[in-house]
Ligand binder design. Structure first.
Ligand code: HEC
Ligand code: HEC
Length: 324
């Protein structure tokens, strides 16, 4: 009996590991784990979009989620590190929010487990939008559109859980899925130029980027110290021991061309400088992942990799809604 369960555990582990090490692919909407089992209605998504762009979500009514996650700047803010509603600097780079529907940990250090939970964070954070949720609810209640739409979508009207649900529903629609790379995978061999095709081979081969940027969204959903300088503890501040010092979440790379500057500290200004960083094996060795080492890429190979990253682009047309 004991032996049988051991065999079973071993099988689960084997298959678990196999399912985990996914290949690069086109993401499928069918693989999204929606909290309510099915995709949200168009009305719920629109409600979340209006909330996302509504400055009422900040104490001084000057900042919406879309101020920092600006659709015209790849849902980032173009700054090395974010700026709060009161003008104070945030310690980390504003990440893009593309293709998070499949993601399982949020923030650079993974401290939030769901998009619903994540959304309520910046609203209340003193350094960000600085608005206690007790103040947000009456503000929304004063607006007829919110009153009617929350009631229609959720039945129980405006409350903080529903604010989180609506915003998360909108975020789960920001998916880059029809890039030249996806067209190439689907059989259109002309969709990527020769540079990008060579870049793909390097990405999976000599440069070994897939050690971490793997699967349909180019992330293993895990945490690594890639050898950036600086004293941010990263994942160590949330979970794990010293081995997680300076480790950050592997960001997905779809639409990455729009989201400069790069890394948790915004220290790399362009994709070319990111690839050069990896090429020299990072900038410091303390606790650095064993997967990061000198790559000896030629100039041509560096630009091939950059061309491949550029082929992961599907510009999504997101129009800012009218705020009621
Ligand atoms: C003041 C600028 C600012 C505002 C306003 C802001 N964010 Fe962010 N956002 C950030 C920064 C900076 C981070 C990264 C923080 C960290 O990882 O420690 C972040 C992280 C995130 C993430 C995690 C992304 C990932 O890859 O894990 C999501 C999702 C997100 N924000 C959504 C929102 C939503 C929704 C709102 C509005 C309710 C919002 N943000 C408001 C700056 C901002
Ligand atoms: C050991 C795992 C690992 C390997 C190997 C790796 N990366 Fe990364 N990558 C990460 C992590 C983790 C980050 C975020 C690091 C941080 O901000 O501290 C990152 C960040 C990036 C970013 C910035 C994304 C953004 O939104 O800021 C790009 C671009 C990138 N990697 C491309 C590559 C390329 C190209 C390769 C191969 C040459 C590669 N990576 C190899 C783990 C890895």
């Amino acid at each position: 009996m004991a032996r049988l369960s051991l065999v079973l555990i071993a099988m689960v582990m084997l298959f678990g590991v196999k399912a985990y090490a996914e290949d690069l692919a086109t993401p499928s909407l069918d693989d999204i784990d929606y909290p309510e089992e099915e995709a949200p209605s168009a009305k719920e998504v629109e409600l979340g979009k209006v909330l996302f762009f509504d400055p009422r979500l900040s104490l001084n009514m000057k900042q919406s989620c879309g101020t920092c996650h600006n659709p015209d700047l790849g849902f980032g803010d173009g700054l090395a590190t974010g700026l709060g509603t009161m003008g104070g600097g945030l310690g980390r780079n504003t990440p893009h929010i593309y293709n998070l529907a499949w993601n399982v940990t949020f923030f650079w250090d993974g401290r939030a487990g769901t998009l619903e939970e994540q959304a309520l964070g910046p609203i209340q954070a003193a350094g960000e939008m600085n608005l206690p949720l007790e103040k947000l609810i009456p503000r929304l209640q004063a607006v007829k559109y919110y009153q009617d739409t929350f009631k229609a979508v959720y039945g129980d009207g405006i409350n903080k859980a529903n604010v989180g649900k609506a915003i998360a529903s909108f975020e789960r629609t920001l998916n880059a899925m029809n890039t030249p790379f996806d067209q190439y995978l689907a059989g259109d061999k002309m969709a990527m130029g020769p540079e990008a095709v060579r870049g793909l081979a390097l990405f999976e081969g000599k440069a070994n980027c897939v050690a971490c940027h793997d699967g349909a969204n180019f992330t293993d959903n895990s945490f690594h110290n890639i050898g950036l300088k600086g004293d941010d503890k990263g994942r160590e501040g949330v979970a794990g021991g010293k081995d997680m010092r300076g480790a950050f979440k592997t960001p997905g790379l779809r639409n990455v061309i729009f989201t400069a500057p790069y890394m948790h500290d915004g220290s790399e200004g362009s994709l070319e400088s990111v690839v050069q960083f990896y090429n020299r094996g990072g900038d410091q060795d303390t606790n650095k992942s064993s997967q990061i080492k000198k790559l000896n890429l030629t100039e041509q190979e560096v630009s091939d990799l950059v061309a491949f990253l550029g082929a992961l682009t599907d510009p999504l047309e997101i129009k800012r809604p009218k705020i009621p």
